[in-house]
Design a protein around this ligand. Sequence first.
Ligand code: AMP
Length: 221
Amino acid sequence: MKLVLFGAPGVGKGTQAKLLSEELKIPAISTGELLRAKIERASKASSAEDSDIELIKSYVDAGKLVPDMLIGEVLKSRVDMSDCKNGYILDGFPRSLSQAKLLEQLNIVVDKVVEILVSEQTIVERLECRRVCENCGETYNTEFKMPQKSGICDCCGGRLIRRSDDSPDTILQRLKVYRTQTKPLVAYYSDQKKYFSVSGDDGGGADQVKRNILKVIGESI
Ligand code: AMP
């Protein structure tokens, strides 16, 4: 199974990718996390990991899409790893028509594509309150998913921070990118009969959203 999860920033793709990964026993691959890890590694190393890091960071901080050539390399080296041989969940890739075509050039045929839908107003509220562990990436929310100890990750004890691209201006920019560059994927994958959508905000919580995704993709639990 090669499953694509997409949706605007803050709809809960990362949370769902992790839950589905446990359920379906295939890895979840977040291109955003891969990029943040790459930037973090470079900031800790005395010399830059590669010359593209500054460029990648400038796109991420501005809430814009990292150029296809750079993100394509990051994705390719991850899906070539041995844990991906039985399939994987792509969280945040493709994010444009050109990236959907890039997948095809890489001979990656996705089986199903699920969009998680949440209103823009809810997204803005969620992202303003989002905190992430700088160590393991676990996500929290100052309103409805607080850690047991303030500012500390329950999973690994890492420090909770606000993502640099969760600032109000960058949130609006990322929503615009989603509307203009990512939304055309709906028609693209609908034509291929691979597109499904679920509400990410129906009041049932993350587990209910997960069950709804499994239902639309035809996986029973
Ligand atoms: P995310 O963690 O999915 O919200 O992604 C954070 C940021 O990483 C995005 O705003 C982009 O700058 C970059 N990014 C993640 N995935 C992609 C992608 N498929 N193509 C281009 N840029 C990406």
